[in-house]
Write a protein that binds this ligand. Structure first.
Ligand SMILES: [Zn+2]
Length: 554
């Protein structure tokens, strides 16, 4: 099959590209053109077929080279003008006359919160975001506290805390692909991951593709002295559920470097410590760069050649950084406390992680502060300095034993309103076989949230299930006795804790932008938590604590 280079690498819809022959080449079928265009395509295809034998002499064996990092203001999923968009929400409480829980209002806050990350990007931070202990996090916590003050909450203030672990940051780095007779390709989406040495690292070796790096895939592959490329496929609902330390295992087997290539839309930056190595330089790259590596490794082998990769990395550690929490209160009829927590820190833009959680938190504070009746229990709003690098909740627990003593439940607002984007087939009568595969596409609702509660009894699970059904939030089919994310320190302190959370393909990436946030989804999440808070505020304390029911025997 002859291939014609598309304007963009595939795994992403583009006019004129219908189906791929590998992860980079596209067969042009001219479905939008008339007969002349079809004829032109045939002539061009025939010409390419005649020159196919010369492909090995072309730069990079004929594979198109990847482009820059995907621009943040354009969706990287299929979103044409005919898109339906997310299903509307009709769930705002009747007494929300001020529109505190309006999706549009929360979306404006999401954009403002993401703006704090973009300021750091514009300031030139290599690994940008609202990183705990750096200026982006301080700015967003101060802004949130000002909002809580303006809504009349009691004692709204920011609290400093010193990060227990030093912050690891890259200073300079590069991934350079090389092969004889082709210009070097520097991968634009490369991001180094923290390792356990600060020595400047430089490694070079031939590339070897190891699939997902399972024991079966590694059984017959020699990675010694080579740079391993791992195909990372994000799990639905929980991004790295299958990640079990593949990069470190490859390093142990002698790989001089590891490139974790995320199968993602576009060419996105990723950062996640779970993909790091001990001493070797190890990186994450986005979809287009990963597809390029997979393609050229195959093409080079066919041509009897090798592709080499040069990895360079210089990093630093910043100890004793000061990070910030924001705290404010709505006094209730009882002095028993429900903590409403949302983390303010983020890697990159962090629209779903966690600008939407913070926007919902501020909306709930506005809503409950302006109601005629006090809530049944006191609500403490905790804008957490985060858990990625400096643990805000641990500092809060230490600083406020008087609040912790009275706390009946912590609810955590995290990753609440991202559009569900998956790599799927798309029906298209013009495509061979009637469908186009590997297309990044969205459905009309949001990602599936893991409904979880720890140190909390079945009563809490039932309340969450009730709220989910009432407000249309998509959750896991059954609750889970686990709650990852910002709840860790609360759980370790023995507090009953509950949340909805999900992390999908844009998790910890530069693709986690406002264009992926569902406005009705914000409204569904806010109504869910408003209802849940109200139910929890009235529930008997003894019903809120306790272990989950025994797992069914299966
Ligand atoms: Zn998060």
């Amino acid at each position: 099959m002859a291939t014609i280079r598309c304007r963009r690498p595939m795994r992403r819809w583009w006019p004129g590209c219908a189906i791929s022959s590998d992860r980079l080449g596209c067969l042009q079928i001219g479905r939008r053109g008339g007969r002349m265009r079809h004829l032109k395509s045939l002539v061009l295809a025939a010409a390419l077929a005649l020159t196919a034998g010369a492909a090995s002499a072309q730069a990079w064996f004929g594979a198109p080279t990847p482009g820059p990092v995907s621009p943040p203001d354009k969706p990287t999923f299929h979103a044409g003008p005919a898109s339906y968009g997310p299903a509307p929400a009709h769930v705002r409480p009747a007494d929300d006359a001020r529109g505190a829980l309006s999706g549009e209002k929360m979306m404006a806050d999401v954009r403002r919160i993401v703006g704090f990350s973009l300021e750091r990007k514009a300031a030139g931070d290599l690994l940008y975001g609202r990183i705990s202990g750096l200026p982006g996090e301080k700015a967003v916590v101060d802004w949130a506290v000002a909002r809580l003050k303006a809504d009349g909450l009691t004692d709204a203030h920011a609290e400093p805390y010193v990060s227990e672990a030093p912050l690891w940051l890259p200073v300079s780095y590069e991934l350079r692909a090389m092969t004889d007779g082709s210009p070097d390709v520097v991968l634009a989406s490369a991001v180094p991951i923290r390792n356990r040495t600060l020595k400047p690292a430089a490694a070079e070796g031939p590339l070897v593709f190891v699939g997902r790096g399972s024991a079966a895939e590694l059984a017959n592959v020699d990675v010694k002295g080579r740079v391993a490329v791992v195909n990372v496929v994000p799990d639905d609902s929980l991004f790295a559920a299958r990640e079990k330390g593949v990069a470190r295992e490859l390093e142990k087997r002698g790989a001089v470097g590891v490139i974790n290539a995320v199968e993602s839309p576009g060419n996105l930056l990723y950062y996640d410590n779970r993909y790091g190595c001990d001493a070797a330089p190890c990186f994450l790259v986005g979809g287009d760069d990963g597809a390029f590596l997979e393609s050229v490794i195959g093409r080079a082998a066919k041509a009897g050649k090798t592709v080499r990769m040069k990895l360079t990395l210089q990093a630093e550690e910043r100890p004793n950084l000061t990070a910030w929490n924001g705290v404010a209160t709505i006094p209730g009829m009882s002095d028993e406390v429900v903590i409403v927590n949302a983390h303010a820190d983020a890697w990159f833009d962090g629209a779903d992680d966690n600008a939407d959680g913070l926007a919902v938190q501020l909306a709930l504070a506005d809503y409950f502060a302006h109601r005629k009746e006090k809530p049944a229990r006191t609500l403490v709003f905790m804008v957490s300095g985060g858990h990625h690098t400096a643990v805000g909740a641990a500092a809060f627990i230490k600083a406020h034993p008087e609040i912790i003593k009275k706390t009946v439940l912590v609810m955590n607002l995290e990753h609440l309103a991202q559009i569900a984007v998956t790599q799927a087939a798309r029906l298209d009568p013009a495509a061979p076989g009637g469908y186009e595969s590997g297309v990044w596409t969205a459905n009309t609702t949001e990602t599936t949230k893991q409904a979880g509660a720890v140190n909390a009894g079945p009563y809490v699970w039932a309340l969450m299930g009730k709220a989910s059904k009432r407000y249309g939030v998509v959750t896991s089919y059954e609750p889970t006795p686990s709650a990852p994310g910002d709840l860790g320190a609360y759980i370790r302190a023995g507090l009953p804790s509950a949340q909805l959370i999900s992390s999908e393909v844009y998790y910890h990436s530069s693709g986690d932008t406002p264009s992926t946030i569902s406005v009705p989804g914000l409204e569904r999440a806010a109504a869910f938590y408003a209802g849940f808070i109200e139910d929890v505020a009235k529930a008997p304390r003894e019903k809120l604590k306790g272990p989950p029911p025994a797992a069914p025997g299966r």
